[in-house]
Design a protein around this ligand. Structure first.
Ligand SMILES: [Zn+2]
Length: 415
């Protein structure tokens, strides 16, 4: 992972009075966006409203104010690990490939970590919503933040001396009061860039995302919540210039359709914010187990941290005339569960002939690569009718503990 030198904060242009008045009106709408208020959640499925999603998230961490060095290293490591993990991969089901009318064909794929920056700021004070997007845009403009593209999401962590607010000085409230954190987009009328960002208060001072006693757990809980919402609904709150655009409610992507727009949260992680957070592992190193917010999964109608992971390794002969299809499968939502594996012969589900086995065998290599404990190997003895010397194929699926949360593990051909 790369770290960038510190940057000097250059304050953005102060909005005009007119802008501030418009902002004052608009902020009432923004209140609900991205803030995980503890209100009733909507029931049903997320639906796509035609707006953009972030297809291959390029995650950049911004530390506003001098961060604790350990904290910066921990969060950089978290973003680096999470960006290529199954925590983001399962969001592919919110691609818009077959959907109409416009922006269909957006595919949510894996992400990557684009490094981190420190914005040096002296003293202490408040940071308003309208400070953030223009500052990032300006630092890109003068060449101090590199590699910006339309997929970039800036995860902005404020040091304990800087208190982020939602709004401006006419109407604002501290993050942590009504919501835990928020995400928004800033559309620059000068550079025509769109800056997607999340605002994350220091959890050691404003513990709005506290879970247990660990500061890091609170930080990753909050950051992951805003990250998956910024991927699946980046344009919900779009700021143009110094105020919310007329485009508010026109750039929506994945949200609950039946909503009270003002005070009920309705994005992917809001639907699960009243549940305990889950955990995800990004390597076998014990420090790479992270508390993460669950997201609403349409296909299982439940809150998950991931779809099952695994691989169909192959078919082998055991020397006694038997053939075995083998591989591994684990559901990160339930690390120790020995989940079902379904094998469909000579046709993918639902066309082939299906068989059930369990991932219940010791596979230390899987434990050491993934970090997930328990026994997760499967070994299926191929029935006699397929040992006829002819070419066959078997389509393998991992069956998650949440009904409907299944993953294809690959296809094996054998003779
Ligand atoms: Zn939210």
């Amino acid at each position: 992972m790369k770290q960038e030198p510190s940057l000097r904060l250059l304050r953005p242009t102060v909005p005009t009075n007119l802008s501030r008045e418009l902002w004052q009106v608009a902020i009432f709408i923004l209140i609900a966006v991205g803030s995980a208020a503890t209100t009733l959640r909507a029931q049903g499925l997320l639906t796509w409203a035609g707006g953009p999603v972030v297809q291959n998230a390029r995650i950049v961490a911004i530390y506003w104010g001098i961060p604790d060095l350990d904290f910066r290293a921990q969060m950089d490591r978290f973003y680096s690990g999470i960006s290529t993990s199954s925590y983001l991969e399962w969001l592919s089901e919110y691609s818009t490939v077959s959907l109409v009318p416009n922006r269909s064909g957006q595919i949510i794929g894996s992400g990557h970590f684009g490094g981190s920056y420190v914005i040096e700021t002296k003293g202490s004070g408040n940071v308003e919503t309208t400070d953030i997007g223009p500052t990032i845009d300006h630092l890109i403009h003068i060449g101090q933040i590199h590699g910006h593209n339309a997929n970039t999401i800036y995860m902005v962590h404020f040091s304990s001396k800087w208190k982020p607010y939602l709004g401006t000085n006419l109407f604002k409230f501290p993050v942590g009061a009504l919501g835990r954190a928020y995400h928004a987009s800033y559309a620059s009328t000068f550079t025509h860039r769109t800056i997607i960002f999340a605002v994350l208060p220091d959890q050691s001072v404003y513990p709005s995302c506290s879970i247990g006693t660990s500061r890091l757990d609170a930080e990753t809980n909050c950051a992951s919540h805003e990250l998956i919402e910024a991927i699946t609904d980046p344009g919900a709150a779009t700021i143009i210039g110094a105020f919310l655009s007329e485009g508010i409610f026109q750039n929506l992507a994945w949200q609950m359709p039946a909503r009270d727009k003002l005070f009920n949260p309705w994005e992917i992680a809001d639907q699960c914010a009243d549940q305990y957070a889950g955990r995800i592992k990004t390597s076998s190193d014990s420090q790479d187990t992270y508390v993460v917010a669950k997201g609403w999964q349409n296909k299982s109608s439940s809150c998950v941290v991931s779809s099952p992971i695994g691989f169909a390794d192959g078919v082998r002969s055991d020397g006694a005339g038997m053939l075995h299809a083998y591989g591994w499968a684990v559901d990160p939502n339930s690390e120790y569960s020995q989940i079902q594996v379904h094998l469909y012969f000579d046709g993918a589900y639902p066309y082939g002939t299906g068989f059930i086995t369990y991932a219940d065998r010791d596979r230390p290599d899987v434990n050491s690569v993934t970090g997930y404990l328990g026994w997760h190997g499967f070994d299926f003895s191929i029935p006699a009718q397929y040992r006829d010397g002819k070419e066959h194929s078997v389509y393998v699926y991992a069956i998650g503990v949440n009904k409907g949360n299944n993953s294809p593990l690959g296809t094996i051909s054998f003779q």
